[in-house]
Design a protein. Structure first.
Lengths: 502, 324
């Protein structure tokens, strides 16, 4: 792409960022021009958010250089980046629900009364807020507290907040994820106005259709690496998808598809806090996956099914029996196991031993006498250490000393011991090294051989494609597509996850 | 009429105050007498000054358990300094500086070194409470000074000096919370520390300042108590920590932080003092009073938690715009 050096507002070269255990950004280059919308594209975990957090001063880089507005800069906290004219619209709404719209817009940089040190000029704040809201065509009274407005309106307030200071560069991290098409149009009108004022915009999105609507250029990232920058007007969307998805699937997955048994789990028009009309069916011997982007409602379904969160309407059936008003106690009693995403705080009691954790979900079943029997406890521990190949010198080791993969196996052992028939795995391989990953997949496969039904929630496409019998793809709380084993390719899953129905 | 009341934004607890007041007027003899009403106000003032500091710490989402001990320590220090013949200005300033130092230590350990606020303020509570007993030799020290007595028991334009003082301090803090940058920051930090940080607010500095103020207000209350009673007792502040917490919470300031304010605390303090006065005048023994006050607080907090939970659920819900 031709680049007009004079127009460059931001230039990043060789940006590298390490987090414990992962290389989040690997030698990334990025350039942004005034008055242009630069789309940043990539899968979950590709490093987009990390990159913009480095620009806005939330993280500091480990290596690389940043030129901004003609100078080399080194922001060490948010305040410096803000003062330099970098505005950020966060993915998670960062507004204070109890404060008014005006107070939120000017959070941290309230207008002060002249001559009175430290006294906020609320009148001016309201007036300025009104002006800003009007200028951007948002019809809202700046005096209302945030908790009284809708999520979409909050998103607009976020935009206004970012523009309340003199900005030269605005970063928008998935600003449309909770907006309707009409509101998106409004937001795009705002973006057009910003462009006219010569403001540069970094726009992170998963929605392919938006790239051509507002993007000038598009940069693709994958696994923390810079892939390419292309002209948004002429780019072929299919090319972009394959660039995002990229890597070849390794031979990590082994799946011996077997004879399916009866239906172990079923939902009918299940509607809850963040999803609606969900119909899922899992049979014995089957791995069924929920795919979709972050925030599409996958985990929320699992939590509602297990009984953490309330359900509005619809039915849940376990072993063909309807579970009314599910609670975790009822779910476990009826043969469900739940392996949460956050093993550390929700899956295991960290300071307890392997065997203690193994029996923790079924104490009454294991010890009908109601008294603990450490010998029996150890036997159960030994059994799973052997069958699940947990790497430990003995069963009395405290679980916090185990690696992520071995901890996950202990959680599996804990549920198998309850005698359940249906297991929900929420991101079972997150934060686990490659070797242990393939072991977990083998274990999942062997569970299906033994007649377990499995519901898998995962952000990793490869994993889903590699081991699923069937995939439900979700977008904004609804199932937008169902794909069977033979139809599983990343592009199709992505299509349903970001686009519409067929 | 209703709209007008709504516009004034009076916390619901004010109605509780009025109902309770009318109730005691009806059932407790001598409750509605000039003497008793002034007594209630005077009793309110010492608690309210402590509760002001407590409002600030609870607004930033934390708590200061050390205030009661600082009250005691301050009262003892005032009595000792006066008996030692210290000049009036030092007798007033030294306890306040002592409060500020304790607050600063709490604040810096909690915000800068990220120690748990329960543990830190529990420790300083224990330290200050113990030291107060040590320097007072475990006894109440009586003291005499015209100027101090004027602060505690004198009147300006027919109204007690302590009441003037309390009104003044409350007004300053209300102004501070509603109109100044520092007040805004307190709400922001309490509302969400991560949002405050991402908005460029200096969380460590502001939070430390809140603890310093909490310490100063507790010391001021101790000073006032010493002036009112012409003595310094090393245990006089014992009940203040939990009474102040109760006043704040009854006043609608939430332990989650970022929600509530000073006006509620004033009504909360009055509710506690009206209850105590009314129950005593009804002849109910002080042992029972405690239990009854406890039940009242519990009811208020339970309703608060339930409504808060409902609101949170509402916020989590995904909104579909094709359904009406």
């Amino acid at each position: 792409m031709a680049l007009n050096e004079e127009n460059v507002i931001l230039k990043m070269t060789g940006i590298t960022k390490r987090f414990p255990g992962t290389l989040a950004l690997d030698n990334v280059d990025f350039i942004c021009e005034k008055g242009k919308v630069h789309v940043l594209l990539g899968e979950n975990g590709a490093g987009k958010s990390t990159l913009v957090k480095i620009i806005s001063g939330v993280y500091t880089r480990d290596a690389g250089t940043i030129w901004y507005d003609g100078k080399e800069v080194n922001f060490t906290d948010v305040r410096q980046a803000m003062a330099a004219g970098i505005g950020m619209i966060h993915q998670e709404l960062s507004l204070l629900p109890e404060r008014t719209i005006a107070q939120n817009i000017y959070l941290g940089h309230e207008p002060m009364k002249k001559g009175l040190k430290g006294v906020v000029d609320y009148k001016k704040m309201i007036q300025d807020s009104k002006e800003l809201l009007d200028r951007l065509g948002v019809e809202l009274d700046p005096n209302i507290p945030i908790h009284k407005i809708s999520i979409a309106q909050k998103q607009m307030v976020e935009v206004v907040k970012a523009l309340s200071q003199d900005v030269k560069l605005v970063i928008m991290d998935e600003p449309t994820s909770s907006l309707t098409s009409r509101e998106i149009q409004k937001l795009f009108n705002i973006v057009e106005k910003l462009k006219e004022d010569g403001i540069a915009i970094i726009y992170i999105s998963h929605r392919m259709d938006e790239i051509k609507r507002i993007g000038d250029s598009v940069t693709v990232m994958r696994d923390g690496q810079y892939i390419d920058t292309l002209d948004a007007a002429t780019v072929d969307l299919n090319v972009l998808i394959s660039m995002m998805v990229g890597r070849k699937i390794e031979k990590m997955y082994e799946r011996n598809y077997c004879q399916l048994g009866e239906v172990v789990f079923e939902t009918e028009n299940l509607t809850g806090l963040r999803f609606r009309n969900v119909n899922i069916k899992v049979r014995a011997g089957e791995i069924v996956s929920l795919s979709g982007l972050v925030g599409s409602g996958r985990t929320e379904i699992a939590k509602a099914v297990f009984g953490y969160d309330p359900i509005d309407s619809g039915k849940i059936k376990l072993m063909r029996k309807e579970i009314k008003r599910p609670t975790p106690i009822k779910s476990v009693a009826n043969g469900m196991g739940f392996l949460p995403e956050d093993r550390k705080s929700e899956g295991l009691v960290q300071p307890m031993t392997i065997s203690e954790n193994m029996v923790s979900a079924c104490l009454t079943k294991t010890f009908p006498s109601r008294f603990l029997n450490t010998k029996k406890e150890s036997e159960i521990g030994e059994k799973y250490v052997k069958s699940l190949k947990i790497a430990t010198p003995d069963v009395n080791k405290v679980v916090e000393e185990l690696s992520g993969g071995n901890q996950q196996k202990v959680v599996m052992g804990k549920w198998l011991e309850t005698g359940c028939k249906f297991l929900i795995f929420d991101e079972p391989t997150r934060g686990i090294d490659v070797g242990s990953k393939s072991e977990i997949y083998k274990l999942l496969d062997s569970l299906t051989q033994k007649g377990y039904g499995i519901l898998l929630i995962s952000s990793e496409m490869n994993e889903i494609i590699g081991i699923s019998d069937r995939v439900y793809v979700m977008k904004e709380g609804e199932v937008t597509g169902i794909l069977d084993r033979g139809e599983l390719i990343q592009e199709r899953i992505m299509h349903y996850a970001v686009g519409g129905k067929e | 009429m209703l709209k007008w009341i709504k516009k004034l934004n009076i916390p619901g607890i004010a109605i509780g105050d009025i109902v309770l007041f009318l109730f005691f007027c009806a059932v407790a003899e001598h409750f509605l007498s000039g003497y008793n009403l002034i007594l209630i106000l005077r009793n309110c003032s010492t608690l309210l000054i402590v509760a002001i500091g407590m409002t600030l710490t609870i607004l930033v989402g934390q708590i200061d358990l050390s205030v009661g001990s600082v009250v005691s320590m301050s009262a003892v220090v005032v009595a000792l300094l006066n008996n030692a013949g210290a000049p009036l200005i030092l007798t007033i300033l030294i306890p306040l500086i002592m409060g500020a130092v304790v607050g600063f230590i709490n604040g810096i350990l909690i915000s800068k070194y990220k120690l748990d606020f329960w543990i830190v303020t529990f420790s300083t509570m224990s330290i200050m409470g113990g030291l107060a007993l040590v320097i007072a030799n475990g006894e109440t020290i009586s003291t005499k000074n015209e100027a101090l007595n004027f602060i505690g028991n004198g009147r300006i334009f027919g109204i007690y000096t302590v009441i003037w003082l309390t009104v003044l301090v409350s007004a300053i803090v209300i102004f501070m919370l509603k109109k100044t940058k520092f007040g805004y920051n307190i709400y922001s930090i309490g509302g969400s520390e991560s949002v405050a940080t991402a908005s460029g607010i200096k969380v460590v500095k502001n939070r430390t300042m809140v603890y310093v103020l909490s310490g100063i207000f507790a010391a001021l209350s101790g000073l006032v108590i010493a002036c009112m009673t012409n003595s310094g007792s090393p245990t006089v502040g014992h009940e203040y920590t939990f009474s102040a917490m109760a006043a704040v919470v009854i006043g609608g300031t939430s332990f989650e932080g970022g929600k509530g304010g000073m006006v509620g605390t004033i009504f909360g303090t009055m509710l506690l003092r009206i209850l105590a006065s009314g129950l005593s005048l009804m002849g109910i023994p002080s042992t029972w009073q405690k239990a009854i006050i406890g039940i009242a607080i519990l009811i208020l907090i339970v309703t608060d938690v339930i409504s808060e939970k409902r609101k949170n659920m509402k916020g989590l819900r995904r909104v579909y715009l094709d359904v009406d």
